[in-house]
Design a protein around this ligand. Sequence first.
Ligand code: FIX
Ligand code: ZN
Length: 437
Amino acid sequence: MGLSNQSVPKGHQTPLKSEEAIRSAVKNLVEEVHVVDVHTHLFPPNHGKLMLWGIDELLTYHYLVAEYFITAPATITPEKFFALEKQAQADLVWDSLFIQRSPISEACRGVITTLTELGLGELVERRDLDGVRKWFAKQTPEGYVDKVFELAKIKYVLTTNIPFEKKETVHWYPKTKEFDTNRFHTGLRVDQLLTGNWESIKEALDEMGIEHTIEGVKKLLEKWITIIKPKYFMAAVPPTLEFPSDEEMSTYAPSTINSATLLRRVLLPLAEQHHLPIAFKFDSVRPINPALREGGDGVVTTKVSTLQKLCLNYPKVKFLATFLARVNQHELCVLANKFGNLHIYGCWWYCNNPSIVEEITRIRVELLGTAFTSQHSDARVLDQLIYKWKHSKAVIGGVLQDMYVKLFHAGWSLTREEIQRDVERLFGGAYEEFMEK
Ligand code: FIX
Ligand code: ZN
């Protein structure tokens, strides 16, 4: 007896008939989906010089600067390099990584993809850096935001806003200038709490005339919650930080200020009271070569159990998490499979390479289905949205094709609409559902 038409769910009327049809639908849907970029370091145009864009910023991205120094002559020290004007720094990187050798690393290829997508293929073909600079000189920050968001197919990005950095806070306090809050959602970045960086916390307290106490730090963050209206707190977790036990906490006087008390007496209570998730980043170590500045940070393997303790002990707090160490990815997935208050996002930094994105995405889909956010860009330079999303989509799309084809051969028919629904989840919808919980 055949199925009556009424028992077929809405949207399942026209299943895709072959492996080829499925592959082509997935490819197209992933290419076309508009993404929520859940973590970037971008700033909107009202932040003036903090908004980074253009070829010289692309060429001096810290990934490329670190790569440049593997090749640089001994006479060009990091001190000398950073003392140069930005354009002169960019010239050195261009000559070394794009002219003296082929730009085959992921970060170098990213520059080429970006320029090509912007329509500058002919200038690239002629290796005409000057011509590229002339093209960028004709763009305006506002017009360029429109162009990049359209090309990269971005719904909105999350920004990183540090309440302890005066160069940033001046754009918000005492008077906030207008910007497009539909495109730029904010995130309150609080690494200083977990590193126990009391000097910079004190400066921020003084700036607002707040007392130097644990309660004062809470007040400071509450003011910033009101000012920037963040979607979440975010912090990179130092490798030395372990979740402090109740017993350890009981040894601290209520006025003790260190990373353990700032975590348990400030950050976690605030997250619960204000219903703000905390987005953690694990496994970075800063710096392993300070001379390289932002490019000098490294990767270590930390304990995934720190996150497990947080999820278990704070069921009312929602955690987003990403890990930098490749070896931690499997354990992280198992953890996410056990806790509804945990959401995994992106393939971070040294994991944002096609080989690793592919491996991580396969593990995630196999263990979590569509309940995770497949990628974030971590873009610091606006233009990077173009290549980071194009490259990631190519890899994630390929993995998804394989997954759907396997499902098809297992006996499950699929429509384009069903695949579209899933793809939208993986590129932002699952994040939004988690945030809504
Ligand atoms: O901590 C972070 O948010 C990191 O993403 C950055 O600090 C890092 O420098 C970066 O740009 C990685 O992509
Ligand atoms: Zn980042």
